[in-house]
Write a protein that binds this ligand. Structure first.
Ligand code: ADP
Ligand code: MG
Length: 282
């Protein structure tokens, strides 16, 4: 089922692309502290990142380093303690459909069908019945789930539920797609297929993607740029351009060039864990 629904030929052309001039992100001197006084906890050290429209950027770092916190500040769920997040010139103050979010937990409406889940965004933003319907069908096709449109989330595999999550986020035509370890709960074979289909969808759709992961292979496989984060409190310790050719295919992970990027990321992460270990034992 999974294999059939993920075949590249099934991915349809969208009727409308996001304009490539949209989706510029500036994380402008952002620092994030939780709590106050004695219980204050610095989650993200002052960070400055600029992401260009249409870029696919992965944030790679160990568990607890502040990846989700940083992503949530772009989504508008977390307000920076200092600095600001600016998307296309507008400071982020709250969540909005212009920034689509896909979490590790599928977070679909269990009482709605696949089609109704995808139609939800267009419906609440007041799109006409006809527009809602054509948008929904476009994204159902794009994620290879047209045949499963009338199913409920509980009737689908994890990978398929995550496709619905992606389609639901894209149906709002977001400037930015924010993904927080979206494939973390999937088995490795499904994860690899999802990575390939995500890249195909991104190449069709052209939106900026900010993708959080602790998996080096995943980051290098997907990204134009990998931002390596230090152990907590998180800060960006490397900004690596991954100029592997596109389209990328699963068998590239054995290529010399791929392995060189992987090693580079590994070296940064290793140096960071040694530093953290030394600090703890000083
Ligand atoms: P990651 O996504 O890299 O695993 P998080 O961003 O979830 O890391 O967390 C970074 C740090 O901030 C952790 O120490 C975590 O316990 C803390 N943290 C995250 N969210 C909150 C919150 N709402 N309140 C207090 N501390 C938090
Ligand atoms: Mg996280």
């Amino acid at each position: 089922m999974e294999l059939a629904s993920s075949s590249p030929e099934k991915i349809a052309k969208p009727v409308r692309h996001v304009r490539s001039s949209q989706g510029h992100i500036h994380i402008d001197q952002v620092a994030i502290t939780f709590g106050r006084g004695k219980s204050a906890h610095l989650a993200v050290k002052q960070t400055d990142i600029e992401i260009q429209p249409g870029e696919f950027v992965c944030i790679l770092g160990p568990s607890g380093c502040g990846k989700s916190t940083l992503l949530n500040s772009i989504a508008g769920y977390v307000t920076p303690t200092s600095g600001r997040v600016v998307v296309d010139g507008e400071e982020i103050k709250e969540p909005g459909p212009d920034r689509g979010m896909v979490f590790q937990q599928y977070s679909l409406f269990p009482w709605k069908t696949v089609r109704e889940n995808i139609a939800f965004g267009p419906h609440i933003r007041g799109a006409s019945k006809q527009e809602t319907s054509s948008t929904t069908e476009t994204f159902l096709e794009m994620v290879g789930l047209a045949k499963f449109a009338s199913r409920y989330p509980a009737e689908l595999s994890g990978g398929m539920q995550q496709r619905v999550g992606i389609a639901r986020a894209l149906a709002n035509y977001p400037r930015v797609l924010l993904m927080d370890e979206p494939f973390g709960a999937l088995d490795s074979q499904t994860r690899h297929m999802m990575q390939e289909s995500l890249l195909q969808i991104w190449e069709e759709f052209g939106t900026t993607v900010l993708f959080v992961t602790h998996d080096i292979d995943e980051a290098v496989f997907l990204a134009d740029r990998v931002l390596v984060m230090s152990a907590s409190p998180g800060s960006i310790i490397a900004d690596l351009r991954i100029d592997l050719p596109r389209p990328r295919h699963a068998d590239m992970i054995m290529d010399t060039q791929f392995l060189a990027f992987k090693r580079l990321c590994q070296d940064y992460i290793k140096a960071e864990s040694v530093k953290a270990f030394e600090q703890q034992n000083a």
